[in-house]
Design a protein. Structure first.
Lengths: 290, 1067
């Protein structure tokens, strides 16, 4: 939890019904897109390329994906990927459609990518997700004339994982960051709400801030009369499978193919640390007051 | 006395500081200070201890943190404006070349417990203390007591210790996730943090509680910044303009709030998880490697490109958002309503609910209508309520997918659920939703908890046939089954269970049936048990009691039973019982109620502890009770009354004057009976036998042979240790194997608050109430004493409260019954040493007085009387000893009694003035009392310098943690001082002129004072003190003559008169 006021994007994946093994739907959809590619051989080579760690970086810069792939030459090749951006007019249709169902806003605010988001985009006649691989525009600095070349294809593979880190990257590629989208949505919703709000007239009247009780009674500066909450009298361990790490499932960080075990090792270390510290905390709690 | 405080210093980033947070520990103390105010920088807190003093003070209390650095911070504190007394300036300010920077405002910071002035202001003060880094702070906080009043520790330390305990609980339950937090701006690093997850309902409640109760001193700091520049250069450091730039005279606004408290919790959790984390870099990719390393490093600094950091931050937030959202003042709430008549579908309404108070709700329509405005929700302000509601609904959807179809419109307000969906919500989803941070309100009959379980509704009344009432009596009673507030019989239950639906409607209410309900009900019906008065008392003592596994939801008592229950549970004052025939004196109204209460419990054969505040007349109430038994012809056998030796005299005196018809004897001294025959002989026609605790234990075998009607213990704290032989002997004599004895305990200490002593007391009064000692320790003592567990305490109090009657002299109902001054005579005896010394002095001196020429006689008589009064105080005083030796307390009965009474005064948090006419005694007593209680006891006497006197008086009157006892010599302290903070006045020795004593008493007593003042006058029985007291009381002619003439009249006594006056009489 970040109680700080930073407007950090809060994002989450919808947990799929089949549990953790299944990828989020948008990752699945992306993989299907790649697998529909006709040149299977090239795809296989690209997969080996990606797995062997030839992709040294992938960055989302604005509406484009910039990547570097170490080829046979000394310098890595530069790869760019992008989708067609929606025009402001198109976005306006999407926004209007999105505000019609409270659920879409609700899920987006809670960090969930609605499974039927394309229906909102359909209002503009456009799509959020590319329908065909050809819709994904790309450029590579390698000498290979074919597009996609194996460098670009390698990026395709890794992109899927990256989408699981943050599904809202798709909005970004279509021309709106998640923050921009949410604030546009809020604006749009206000427009609708104005029509239902009865007394819009004194909407902007300031609600008086009542002074903090300590201003009226300075003794509150010092006094604390409460007793220890009964739940904290005995400090108990987590129930089986009830720790934060259990609840949070997999760390949504794209796998670096060179270190396939990295996430597991990282989580394992955290889990072990958590268990040791939980024991210590209980011991410490028991010693209190002795 | 000093008071310890702890204030959080938030992290700041300056060129010279790493921006790490710390806990500042500091202390203030009462001293005389002149007002000051901020100039270029905040003024130095005039009452704070220096770091050196603080360290010494902390090590004395074993509270010195393992690692700390001296630190200065700027704290915003409530302050009292005071003008500086202008120094007589010789030069006109305009002439002065040096411009004096006079503060615009001057005053003093307030201290905890100090009376609040009419107008208080908030000003920053520079406070020195020790800064402890977060992980050491967490360890240090774990060592603090979790409960109880501790005179050395500020209230907020308990708040801190509760916060740390919560942090421990979070760690024990593993409710945390690591996060990457992006830099807050230029100069701040990206940081790896361990972040607590506060989505669970109980954690959210706790956050609200700790935020609501936050003592602001815990967070009132602006950190002290070193001005920029070379730190080595002291001059640079002290340059005023640099200081001003670094530390503007600014104050923290009084704010509390969940975000602040959540931040503090995060600091504690992060520090503890970070401290022992070892990174295991093998097999990790570079990104995770760096993150992991930073999670174990001191400052959590992450050295990553912004781009990579952004990626990691997004992923980690995404990870956390799946579990927990942000801390907000309000949350979405789903309200379930039962179907309307004839309908099938249940209504579910969306609402916005305040976190701080779940009863404050507004419907979704209000949230939608407020648009972008702030919504006032009870006491909190919700920014963009619509967004808050939507986010919550999004979260709800992940747990309870049925609401999806309700969110199809733009501004949904309500939807319908099928019976199956409603059941899922009631049974499982409600709890999951609450854990996800969404409020759920169910119809009352389904709202979970005990009320919605199958239970009983009971009606009962005392049987018509029973005349009095005894615990075993069977009651007339009727019962019905009850679920969710509606009653039903077995047939109806069978019919409903036959519907095979978990949610069924009965008598217009929807109730939930559990699979086992029918079976349990059938078992109960076939057993059809009886109910005794004992059962009724138990079932009505606390809620949640069960009868044959069924919880009792409702207990309706008929008027006669109700009246018994109310008195028993002390829900209403006991019926008063007027003073019985043969009682010489008057009972005040509350004493009549006390008498009624003793008689009430006696009828039930229950032990009773009368724990009235000192001075309310416990002795009188007990004597009246015994007299009542006697008049009612219920006193058939002798009663054994056990008391400390020091009060035996007092008992005899009081019995003689209030209940002369009671035949009282004493089992004490070398000539006491030693065989059963002798003792039985002695007890012929005796109503009450007095003995001391010591003799009770020594002669227990002998005393066991008597068939006592009852056992009374005075100063019942004497049996606080259940394993002491004395306590066991008393327990045995109170509970003989065959016969039955009434048990009464008297004490002036707040017994109900002394958990450790309650068991022994109840073991004497009513052994079954608290169970075995081991059970008691596990169930009550540990949770309450160590952790301050309030629910265990409530339960314990409910169990014992029927047997303890404690009234305070400050109670509204009591205060009106009391005169403004209550005079109490404390009768005491003489120790063996005192008696011998007394006799020797009388014998030696009387002859010489008789032989002395008239002129010298006067002086000699006064000398003799003075000497005897000194003996009554303490032999050491008469023998001119100057130090307190080992057996000091045993040598004087008066001192023993004084100590016992003072113990009660201190326990109750009262303050007392102690007057003596002997400065030497004052000095001895001062060092004795200081040794005994390890706190300062000031002594104001003729030799105290004037300035010091004023300081002593000020401190007694003003210091919130000032001394509780104040010794004064009668001459120096008897007039002119205002000491109204005292509610007890002790005249340790007598001055034979009431006017002088009254003047001294009036130091504490002022007309219009709300407190009642207890005036204790010590009288040594059989000695000259008693005889003169009697003369004054009887207003004999002799006494008439002497009033107003000091003690001189005594000098003129004839030898015979004198002999009678001073002779020590057997008492």
């Amino acid at each position: 939890m970040t109680p700080s006021n930073t407007k950090q994007a809060s994002i989450t994946t919808a947990l799929s019904e089949d549990g953790l093994a299944k990828k989020p739907w948008w990752v699945e959809q992306w993989m299907e897109l790649i697998n529909s590619y006709r040149f299977k051989k090239r795809l296989e080579r690209a997969w080996t390329y990606a797995r062997d760690g030839h992709v040294t970086s992938i960055r989302f810069e604005g509406r484009r994906v910039h990547a570097r792939v170490q080829g046979t030459g000394d310098d890595p090749y530069k790869v760019k990927l992008w989708l067609d951006v929606l025009s402001d007019e198109d976005w306006q249709y999407v926004l209007e459609a999105l505000t019609k169902k409270a659920r879409w806003s609700a899920q987006l605010l809670a960090g969930i990518m609605p499974a039927d988001i394309e229906r909102a985009f359909a209002a503009s006649g456009r799509r959020l997700f590319p329908f065909k691989l050809q819709e994904v525009r790309s450029e590579c600095s390698c000498p290979d004339k074919a597009n996609p070349c194996k460098h670009i294809s390698a990026i395709y593979f890794l992109m899927g994982e990256r989408f699981s880190e943050d599904p809202f990257v798709l909005f970004q590629l279509r021309g709106r960051t998640r923050e921009a989208l949410l604030s546009d949505l809020a604006e749009q919703r206000l427009e609708i709400l104005k029509t239902i709000s009865e007394d819009n007239s004194h909407n902007n009247s300031e609600v008086a801030i009542s002074p903090h009780p300590a201003v009226l009674d300075p003794s509150l500066w010092w006094s604390y009369k409460a007793n220890l909450n009964s739940d904290l009298v005995v400090i108990t361990p987590a129930l089986e499978g009830d720790t934060g790490l259990d609840a949070a499932s997999d760390l949504p960080l794209a796998e670096d193919p060179r270190f396939p075990e990295a996430r597991n090792l990282f989580l394992k270390n955290l889990i072990e640390h958590g268990q040791v510290l939980a024991q210590q905390a209980m011991l410490q709690a028991m010693e209190t007051g002795e | 006395m000093s008071l310890l405080h702890a204030t959080w210093l938030p992290a700041i980033r300056t060129p010279t500081s790493t921006g790490r947070a710390a806990l500042l520990v500091w202390a203030d103390t009462w001293r005389v200070a002149s007002p000051s105010g901020p100039s270029t920088t905040p003024a130095l807190h005039p009452f704070a201890l220096t770091p050196e003093q603080l360290k010494t003070w902390l090590s004395e209390r074993e509270l010195l943190p393992e690692a700390s650095i001296d630190a200065t911070a700027c704290l915003t504190l409530p302050s009292r404006a005071l003008k500086i007394k202008k120094p007589p300036s010789k030069t006109h300010p305009a002439d002065s070349t040096e411009k004096i920077d006079l503060p615009v405002w001057t005053g003093l910071p307030l201290q905890a417990g100090e009376p609040i002035p009419n107008k208080s202001e908030w000003w920053p003060w520079q406070v020195q203390g020790l800064a402890i880094e977060p992980s050491a702070a967490a360890t240090w906080l774990s060592r603090l007591p979790l409960s109880g009043e501790n005179s050395d520790l500020g209230d907020e330390l308990r708040w801190w210790s509760h916060l740390q305990r919560w942090a421990l609980s979070i760690i024990a339950r593993g409710r945390w996730l690591p996060q990457l937090e992006l830099s807050r701006g230029e100069g701040y690093p990206h940081r790896a943090r361990w972040v607590p997850l506060l989505n669970r309902e109980d954690d959210r409640r706790r956050l609200e509680e700790l935020a609501g109760e936050l003592p602001l001193v815990a967070t009132c700091a602006l950190p002290w910044r070193e001005p920029a520049g070379r730190r080595i250069n002291r001059i640079t450091r002290l340059r005023p303009e640099a200081m001003r730039a670094a530390n503007p005279v600014a104050s923290c606004r009084p704010r509390s709030g969940r975000i602040r408290v959540a931040n503090l919790l995060e600091e504690l959790v992060d520090a503890q998880l970070r401290k022992e984390f070892t990174s295991k870099p093998e097999g990790l990719d570079p990104l995770l490697k760096i993150w992991q390393e930073a999670l174990g490093s001191d400052d959590g600094r992450v050295l990553l490109e912004d781009e990579e950091a952004q990626r990691l931050a997004t992923a980690s937030h995404h990870w956390r958002e799946g579990v927990a959202g942000n801390v907000a003042p309000a949350r979405a709430c789903l309200e379930l309503f039962t179907p309307a008549e004839g309908e099938e579908l249940w209504e579910l309404r969306f609402a916005l609910q305040a976190e701080a108070d779940p009863s404050v709700k507004v419907p979704a329509s209000t949230a939608w209508a407020s648009g972008s405005n702030i919504l006032q929700l009870g006491e909190v302000r919700v920014d963009r309520p619509g967004e808050v509601l939507l986010e919550g609904l999004g979260r709800a959807l992940t747990v309870f997918s049925a609401i999806e179809r309700g969110l199809d419109s733009a501004t949904p307000e309500t939807m319908h659920l099928t019976p199956a969906e409603a059941f899922v919500l009631v049974r499982t989803a409600a709890a999951q939703l609450r854990d996800a941070g969404v409020g759920v309100e169910l119809p009352p009959s389904l709202s979970g908890g005990l009320a919605s379980r199958l239970g009983l509704s009971i009606k009962a009344e005392l049987s018509e046939r029973s005349k009095g009432f005894a615990l075993g009596d069977t009651l007339d009673w009727a019962w019905e089954l009850m679920i969710g507030g509606v009653t039903l019989n077995l047939k109806e239950l069978e019919r409903l269970a036959g519907k095979k639906s978990p949610l069924v409607k009965h008598k217009d209410s929807w109730i939930e049936l559990r699979p086992n309900d029918l079976k349990i009900a059938e078992q109960f019906c076939s057993a059809n048990p009886d109910m005794s008065l004992d059962d009724a008392l138990r079932l009505t003592a606390t809620s949640g009691n069960t009868l044959m596994r069924l919880p009792v939801h409702q207990f309706e008592a008929g008027p006669r039973l109700q009246s018994v229950l109310e008195q028993y549970h002390q829900q209403k004052a006991p019926d008063p019982l007027p003073a019985p025939e043969g009682f010489e004196g008057q009972l005040r109204p509350y004493q009549e109620r006390g008498l009624g209460w003793l008689a009430f419990l006696h009828r039930f054969d229950q032990g009773a502890c009368l724990a009235d505040d000192m001075g309310l007349g416990k002795t009188i109430q007990l004597l009246a009770f015994l007299q009542h038994l006697k008049i009612e012809r219920e006193l058939k056998r002798p009663v054994l009354l056990i008391a400390p030796t020091s009060v035996l005299t007092n008992w005899k005196r009081e019995a003689k004057s209030f209940t002369p018809k009671l035949d009282v004897c004493e089992h004490y001294g070398p000539r006491r009976p030693t065989t059963t025959t002798e003792l039985k002989q002695r007890l012929q026609n005796i109503d009450v036998m007095l003995t001391s605790y010591g003799l009770m234990q020594r002669d227990s075998e002998l005393l066991d042979t008597i068939n006592w009607q009852g056992v009374v213990i005075d100063e019942a704290q004497a049996i606080k240790n259940p394993n002491a032989k004395q306590s066991q002997a008393i327990r045995d004599i109170a509970h003989p194997a065959k016969s039955n004895r009434f048990r009464i305990a008297l004490t002036g200490t707040p017994v109900e608050n002394r958990v450790s002593e309650l068991w022994a007391l109840m073991d004497f009064l009513n052994p079954k109430v608290l169970g075995e000692e081991d059970f008691f320790r596990q169930r009550y003592r540990m949770p309450i004493e160590r952790y301050g567990d309030i629910s265990s305490l409530k339960d314990l109090k409910a169990r014992v409260s029927p047997f303890i009657l404690r009234r305070l002299k400050t109670d509204k109902a009591i205060i009106s019954d009391l005169p403004e001054k209550v005079e109490l005579s404390e009768w005491v005896g003489l120790s063996k040493e005192q008696q011998a010394l007394y006799r020797k002095i009388v014998d030696d001196t009387l002859d010489s007085i008789a032989r002395a020429p008239r002129g010298q006689r006067h002086g000699k008589v006064l000398g003799l009387l003075t000497k005897l009064k000194q003996v009554c105080n303490h032999p050491a005083l008469a023998l001119k000893e100057e130090v307190v030796n080992e057996n000091f307390i045993e040598r004087s009965s008066k001192l023993q009694r004084l100590e016992e009474i003072l113990e009660e005064v201190i326990e109750s948090g009262d303050r007392a003035l102690l007057f003596t006419q002997f400065a030497a005694w004052g000095h001895l007593l001062q060092s004795y009392l200081q040794q005994k209680w390890r706190f300062e006891v000031p002594f104001l006497h003729g030799g105290s310098p004037k300035r010091e006197r004023q300081a002593m008086v000020d401190r007694f009157q003003e210091d919130p943690r000032g001394p509780q006892l104040f010794l004064l010599s009668l001459k120096a302290g008897g007039i002119g001082l205002n000491l109204t903070r005292a509610s007890h006045v002790f005249h340790i020795d007598r001055w034979w002129n009431p006017a002088v004593e009254n003047q001294a008493t009036d130091r504490a007593y002022r007309i219009g004072q709300a407190n009642r003042v207890m005036v204790h006058k010590f009288i040594t029985s059989g000695s000259v003190e008693e005889k003169i007291d009697l003369m004054i009381k009887e207003k004999s002619r002799l006494a008439e003559d002497i009033i107003g003439s000091g003690e001189d009249w005594l000098g003129g006594l004839e030898v015979n008169q004198l002999r009678q006056l001073v002779a020590l009489e057997e008492t």
